[in-house]
Design a protein around this ligand. Structure first.
Ligand SMILES: [Zn+2]
Length: 830
């Protein structure tokens, strides 16, 4: 029997949203999200009431979440599988409910953070998406596509779904730890960013829920034995790896304790690991994940006789039989510099087999959780693994890929499956390693097909690192990837198409636009000489070089073509404001990408020891950052990620200078190259007495961190060279730090009115030029409203005549330092 339910009639509410009397926060949010979308669609505000307030209110009842009313219809969501959704029309009632267990604290939960299950919320989103055609292309209002209609009716509905992937996870890209580590130290710039952080974070988490990302259960994993050194080195040294000199523990005196390796053939390791697990199990009898991932770090694997005995695998024939190609066999069988085989998978999985058998005796439903990673990333070909071992694969990390590369990734995955592993979890870095940083990119279909392949072949959970939020340039890939996490029966191309179709009359043009960029990235990144080009683009090469390669290969014509397609899209969508606002976001993303290519040209092949001149680069920097501010204003790109990632990647496009000059009446002319700067800690405060300002400051070897120096961007404590200094000196307190560089000015630098410019100082400072004190800066004075500027005439700068700038920063009580380098700058507008 088919019945039609009218929710809204001619712009008037014809229904009422009913929750239980004590809805949990996610059920309340579900009711509000439904109300919000119905109103956006039709103009009618459908009331939300508790069931005891319902009385004889007229209209169709929309039951959202568990309630007594729902129970009276025979539905109890506490009795269905975790995260299951029910979307059903029954007796003139619309039911949108799901399994909502697992709340830790109903009043403080963050919807995406903990083991909170939100089936009701998914039911509402599933209904809005599949029945009413709503699409969420990206977080925030500009990504919402809500079809317009004055009357909203639904026909017969009877849907019940449980996700195949019990954990569907993109690590959020807007969170405290993904922020720029130095952000707090440039307060003028942070003033613009900070108010955006929380609203955009909530929108990102909401988008993840709208795409039905979440988890039925929290699995625990990560390097598992990081506290064992302190716990057991005195009492039970035999649980730790035997080193080349016969000792047990760490390979050298400065190796981090949390990287200590185990002697996995020692029976005590199993005994202690089981005891740790049982403690958790006693506290929570449903706890069933024994984290047994070996510690991180590439050194110090066990050299003992038994472990070496365990390294013997079944040989090359079985490896071939298990689907490993030549390179993987070499990887498995070759010998490494420590004298052990390259692949230690046989020893580790012999250990995991023993551990799994022991675990099954005490906890039959529990799993040993391991990584396929580091020296044990290749499958132990020919071996049979216990069924209660779960392996986390870190792979499929880069897109686009060639057909051969995909085949190889899949073969390694299937080699794991052939060992008998039933459950795999997937921990890719494919968003993180995307070669596109704020440049239009599309890898939706390749990535989607791989996810479907994995789900088809035993993958039960995902954990992507991280959702970097390039919404204005890469949203189809995020969208399709998320979509396929729930609807695993869909095809990857269908998921991509669904994103495109959301643009309505502009769909064809938007589709062509993203296909264009898909091809551009394939033409560029699948070139056989791409690694050579990456090396040319940057002294480090690798991922850094690959991201700079755009400066060498991306032409104006590629962007012109993109612009033409968006123009076509705009024409097709004329009059449709909601579609036009989304196309506008893509347009800003395109403009941003084009400028990023220009910025990359500035840093391609730039040596870190060469002075940096800003005349041509500065206008591009300003244009890029203005576009980012526009995107941030629309909440349509994770600008926090853009900034923070660039700094982590050695300021790869030279944009950091913007924060240094943000809202100041100066523009940069030059600064010495990064490695021309010397930095020396002065914990005893003896530098002034020894007149360091009058001599060349020599930097000890442990403070050199080539080829990039990184003494700026944050306070002195956070810089990589200081980690070496702290370890070598045993000193944790810098207190006073000295910065020095030689400036070699050009003609234009000596103009009257120009200044020596210091953007941000944490602490107090003294500035010398050629040994002569030219400025003292009081505590706090250097990071307030204005940067410190010293008139260039007063220090006798002449074109062509080099001079040495020395700055001492004092901050005895807290972390201090120069946050940006010293520049020669000109008044803005001249
Ligand atoms: Zn051993």
């Amino acid at each position: 029997m088919s019945e039609r339910l009218t929710l809204v009639q001619d712009g008037q509410a014809a229904s009422v949203i009913v929750t239980g009397d004590n809805p949990c926060p996610s059920q309340q949010m579900a009711a509000e999200e439904l109300q919000y979308h119905l109103e956006k669609m039709s103009g009618a505000k459908v009331p939300v009431v508790r069931e005891s307030e319902l009385g004889d209110k007229p209209g169709v009842r929309i039951l959202v979440g568990q309630s007594d009313l729902l129970k009276s219809l025979g539905i109890d969501t506490t009795q269905i599988d975790r995260e299951t959704i029910i979307v059903k029309a029954l007796d003139g009632t619309l039911i949108l409910a799901g399994e909502d267990g697992g709340q830790l604290d109903p009043y403080t939960v963050e919807f995406c953070d903990v083991a909170v299950r939100t089936g009701t919320l998914y039911a509402v989103y599933d209904f809005l998406q599949d029945q009413l055609g709503c699409r969420w292309l990206w977080p925030g209002k500009t990504g919402e596509i809500v079809p317009q209609r004055k009357t909203i009716e639904v026909g017969s509905l009877d849907i019940q779904e449980t996700p195949k992937l019990f954990m569907r996870h993109f690590r959020p890209g807007i969170r405290e730890r993904s922020k720029d580590p130095g952000e707090d130290h440039y307060p003028r710039y942070a003033e613009f960013l900070r108010p955006l952080f929380n609203p955009m974070r909530i929108e990102e988490q909401t988008w993840l829920k709208r795409m039905k990302m979440g988890r039925s259960e929290l699995i625990v994993y990560g390097h598992a034995f990081t506290d064992w050194y302190d716990r057991f080195i005195e009492s039970d040294p035999e649980v730790f790896a035997e080193q080349a000199d016969g000792s047990r523990g760490l390979p050298n005196s400065s190796y981090p304790k949390e990287f200590v390796k185990l002697c996995v053939s020692s029976p005590k390791v199993i005994e202690f690991a089981i005891a740790d697990f049982m403690k958790k199990r006693e506290a929570d009898p449903t706890f069933r994940w024994m984290n047994a991932c070996e510690n991180d770090g590439g050194l110090g694997f066990c050299q003992c006789k038994t472990c070496r005995e365990w390294d013997k695998g079944p040989g090359e024939d079985q490896a071939k039989d298990a689907g490993l190609d030549g390179s993987e066999i070499d990887g498995n069988l070759g010998v490494s510099s420590d004298g052990l085989p390259n692949s230690l998978s046989y020893r580790y999985f012999r250990f995991y087999n023993k551990l799994a058998r022991k675990l099954r005796e005490v906890a039959p439903d529990a799993y040993v959780v391991t990584y396929g990673y580091s020296r044990y990333r290749n499958a132990p070909a020919g071996m049979k693994l216990e069924p209660n071992i779960m392996v986390g694969l870190i792979g499929f990390n880069t897109y686009p890929m060639t057909a051969e590369q995909i085949a190889q990734q899949r073969a390694n995955y299937m080699a794991w499956r052939k060992t008998g592993v039933e459950k795999m979890f997937f921990r890719p870095n494919s968003f993180f390693f995307s070669p596109a940083h704020g440049i239009p990119w599309d890898a939706a279909v390749q990535m989607g097909e791989d996810i479907l392949f994995l789900v088809e072949n035993g993958t039960v959970s995902t954990d992507f690192d991280s959702l970097n939020g390039h919404w204005s340039t890469a949203s189809p890939t995020y969208y399709a990837t998320a979509r396929l996490h729930w609807d695993t029966h869909m095809k990857a191309d269908e998921a991509w198409r669904e994103y495109i179709e959301a643009f309505g009359p502009a769909a064809d043009a938007v589709g062509e636009y993203f296909l264009h960029w898909r091809k551009v990235f394939e033409d560029t990144y699948l070139r056989p000489d791409i690694d050579k080009l990456s090396k040319q683009a940057d002294p480090i090469g690798g991922w850094l070089g690959l991201r700079k390669v755009v400066g060498m290969l991306f032409t104006k014509e590629l962007f012109d073509k993109g612009r033409g397609l968006l123009e076509k899209a705009r024409k097709a969508a004329a009059g449709q404001e909601d579609v036009l606002k989304s196309i506008n976001v893509l347009q800003i993303g395109l403009d941003h990408g084009e400028k990023m290519v220009k910025a990359a040209q500035f840093t391609v092949a730039r040596k870190p020891d060469k002075k940096v001149r800003f005349e041509d680069h500065w206008p591009v920097v300003v244009e890029i950052m203005k576009l980012r501010e526009k995107l941030a204003g629309l909440h349509a790109h994770n600008v926090f990620w853009l900034d923070a990632f660039e700094i982590r990647m050695h300021d790869m496009y030279g944009l950091r200078v913007y924060y240094d000059f943000y809202k100041q009446p100066y523009a940069p002319l030059m600064t010495p190259g990064e490695t021309e700067w010397a930095f020396l800690p002065d914990p005893e405060d003896k530098g002034e007495a020894e007149e360091w300002f009058g001599k060349k400051i020599e930097v000890p070897a442990e403070l050199i961190h080539s080829p990039y120096q990184h003494i700026f961007y944050t306070t002195w404590d956070g810089t990589p060279p200081m980690i070496g200094w702290k370890r070598a000196s045993g000193n944790d307190q810098v207190r006073h730090g000295w910065y020095q560089a030689e400036f070699r000015p050009d003609m234009q630098d000596a103009k009257p009115g120009n200044v020596l410019y210091i953007p941000y100082i944490r602490g107090s400072a003294k500035v010398w030029v050629d040994g002569k004190l030219v400025r003292e800066v009081g505590e706090g004075e250097g990071d307030m409203d204005r940067a410190v500027a010293v008139d260039i005439g007063s220090i006798g700068v002449k074109s062509g005549k080099p001079f040495v700038v020395t700055v001492k920063v004092s901050s005895p009580a807290e972390r201090g330092g120069l946050i940006g380098p010293v520049y020669i700058a000109r008044p803005e507008g001249r």
